[in-house]
Design a protein around this ligand. Sequence first.
Ligand SMILES: [Zn+2]
Ligand SMILES: [Zn+2]
Length: 106
Amino acid sequence: MIKILFCAKCGSILAPKKDDPKKIVCTGCGYSPRQQKTLRIGEKIDAGKKLEIIDKTMETLPKTEAQCPKCGHNKAYYWLAQTRAADEAETMFFRCVKCNNQWRSY
Ligand SMILES: [Zn+2]
Ligand SMILES: [Zn+2]
């Protein structure tokens, strides 16, 4: 699993400094976090947490016509979630009304 680190200040991706690879700096604002704790970690962890929250509010979500890749049903709940930096496009998530299968589109 790849962990992508984001700047806590501006949301840009953090990368090691060229002349000092042990130091991590923000590619957007140049902010250099001192501790790993201040970082927001990885797309996958973020998305998983959001999905947990969404599970609880599922009843209120709108439905759309989308075909479930698992069972072929053509109605699904949908929502948008930001899984990366704020300046990147939102990801559309779907959840099958029938079998609860979840998938995402780009
Ligand atoms: Zn930054
Ligand atoms: Zn389904």
